[in-house]
Design a protein around this ligand. Structure first.
Ligand SMILES: NC(=O)c1ccc[n+]([C@@H]2O[C@H](COP(=O)([O-])OP(=O)(O)OC[C@H]3O[C@@H](n4cnc5c(N)ncnc54)[C@H](OP(=O)(O)O)[C@@H]3O)[C@@H](O)[C@H]2O)c1
Length: 281
């Protein structure tokens, strides 16, 4: 097998971005970056499963309903899922493929993540492990469960002589994978995101027969993860970004649609940095 080719590269370019007929799952899809990614994927034509952890079930269902209503009633469903639990992740991925995708899954966005500022000298063991449990292990459980579905679909397509299955895994990493933010002390977060980027590259090679794997590394994005910090820190960060502003989460959705779609059919193992130039200085 080879990396699945674009089915029609000569077609007009906007058609390359279409996700019509595709099914996507976004972990942490009920707020922040994940919510805007879910919106973007639905706007591009995908049926979408979103997962939540601390968000209430009623709120998550309402969010799924809003995305569906804004996109012509397209299937959008919310699932409770703590990505720290491998069993829970596997069950949700299979349920989403069955219930939202009618047996299919094409795109997995492993976006759920946590951040914490703790001095490395004093980092409690349980907190250090918890960071990796969500940001690295949780992303891997989701990618692995989705990849099993993708591999099944690829085998079925090959057996029937159908077109090659084109699947995409996208990790939400961070510029913290390649730089060290100041003044906050977040060694565990930075290391977890660096691990995630290299996990993506490794899986891209290993899974090349049935899925592309890429990561997005955002800079400062205006979500709750940023809002919890003191204004003094946020002003300092702003002055370090050549673009002199932070990013709205919705400004990222186009990049995720690009990576999810045939528009990036030859792109695998890449880390897309979207940071207003922050990592350049
Ligand atoms: N904001 C930034 O500046 C920035 C920059 C670079 C990278 N990122 C990354 O972007 C991703 C999304 O973050 P965000 O900025 O959108 O922050 P956020 O608003 O705090 O969202 C975090 C998301 O992760 C989910 N989550 C947390 N722990 C979970 C768990 N154990 N199981 C399942 N889901 C869990 C949350 O779900 P519930 O709300 O339902 O609990 C929520 O949807 C993270 O991976 C983060 O590291 C953010």
């Amino acid at each position: 097998m080879v990396l699945a080719p674009h089915p029609n590269p000569d077609a007009p370019v906007l058609s390359h971005f279409s996700l019509e007929g595709k099914t996507a799952l976004v972990t942490g899809g009920c707020r922040g970056i994940g919510l805007e990614v879910a919106r973007g994927l639905a706007e591009a034509g995908a049926k979408v499963a979103i997962t939540y952890a601390s968000t209430g079930a009623a709120e998550a269902d309402a969010i799924a309903g809003q995305i569906s209503a804004a996109n012509g009633g397209r299937a959008v469903k919310a699932y409770r899922c703590n990505v720290r639990s491998r069993e829970e992740v596997e069950a949700v991925v299979e349920a989403a493929a069955r219930e939202v995708g009618g047996g299919r899954l094409d795109v997995l966005v492993a976006n759920a993540g946590v951040a914490a500022n703790v001095a490395a000298l004093d980092y409690p063991e349980a907190e250090f492990r918890a960071m990796f449990d969500v940001n690295v292990n949780g992303a891997f459980w989701a990618a692995q469960a989705a990849a099993r579905v993708f591999a099944r679909q690829a085998q079925a397509a090959a057996a029937t002589g159908g077109p090659p299955h084109r699947a995409s895994v996208i990790f939400t990493a961070s510029v913290s994978a390649s730089l060290v933010n100041i003044p906050q002390k977040q060694a565990a977060y930075n290391a977890s995101k660096a691990a995630l980027v290299h996990l993506g590259k490794s899986l891209a090679v290993e899974w090349v027969d049935f899925a592309r794997v890429n990561s997005v590394s955002p800079g400062f994005i205006e979500t709750e993860m940023l809002d919890v910090h003191p204004q003094e820190w946020r002003s300092a960060w702003n002055s370090m970004v050549p673009g002199r502003r932070f990013c709205k989460p919705a400004e990222l959705k186009g990049a995720y649609v690009f990576l999810a779609s045939d528009a990036s059919s030859y792109m695998t193992g890449a880390d897309l940095i979207i940071d207003g130039g922050y990592t350049l200085t």
